[in-house]
Design a protein around this ligand. Structure first.
Ligand code: SF4
Ligand code: SF4
Length: 141
């Protein structure tokens, strides 16, 4: 749509432009900013592996790890969210906000690694053959 058509449509019908800082409406399924839920993250780092744009950075250590996201490098492809088996990532269904300073929307989290789950308790030893116990009891009489 060229500018003259847009101005004509604005003049005849409803406004097709929005005032800053309003975000334009989006359709269903639109992929906006990546939303990170740190409570669900397992620290597997697969999202950083999937992100070829390097918008997600993952730095792991033994006791904690740092997860960071820079929307300035994001192409909104959705591969990180699709590949996160812990469902810790989702895509905002809204047009990304306008920002004036480089890195203004960048966010990072430092997360303590969860302790490994305790090993499952060993199954109790069988207490002997019940039939044998019965015969033993019979012998005693
Ligand atoms: S956000 Fe998902 S894919 Fe990324 S480290 Fe956390 S659990 Fe793994
Ligand atoms: S949406 Fe795509 S480019 Fe953006 S962080 Fe996820 S994988 Fe990287």
């Amino acid at each position: 749509m060229n500018i003259l058509t847009m101005l004509m449509n604005n003049w005849i019908g409803h406004s097709l432009t929005v005032l800053y800082p309003a975000r334009p409406a989006v359709t269903k399924g639109y992929r906006g900013l990546v939303i990170f839920d740190e409570t669900r993250c397992s620290g597997c780092s697969m999202c950083a592996f999937h992100c070829t744009s390097r918008a997600i950075e993952f730095r792991g250590a033994k006791t904690e790890y740092k997860w960071s996201y820079d929307p300035g490098q994001c192409t909104y492809c959705g591969r990180c969210a699709d590949g996160c088996e812990s469902h810790a990532l989702s895509m905002e269904q809204a047009c990304p906000p306008i920002y004036l300073t480089s890195g203004a929307l960048k966010c990072s989290y430092t997360i303590q690694r969860k302790p490994p789950a305790p090993p499952p308790a060993a199954a109790p030893e069988p207490s002997g053959n019940p039939q044998q116990t019965d015969s033993t009891a019979g012998d005693a009489q």
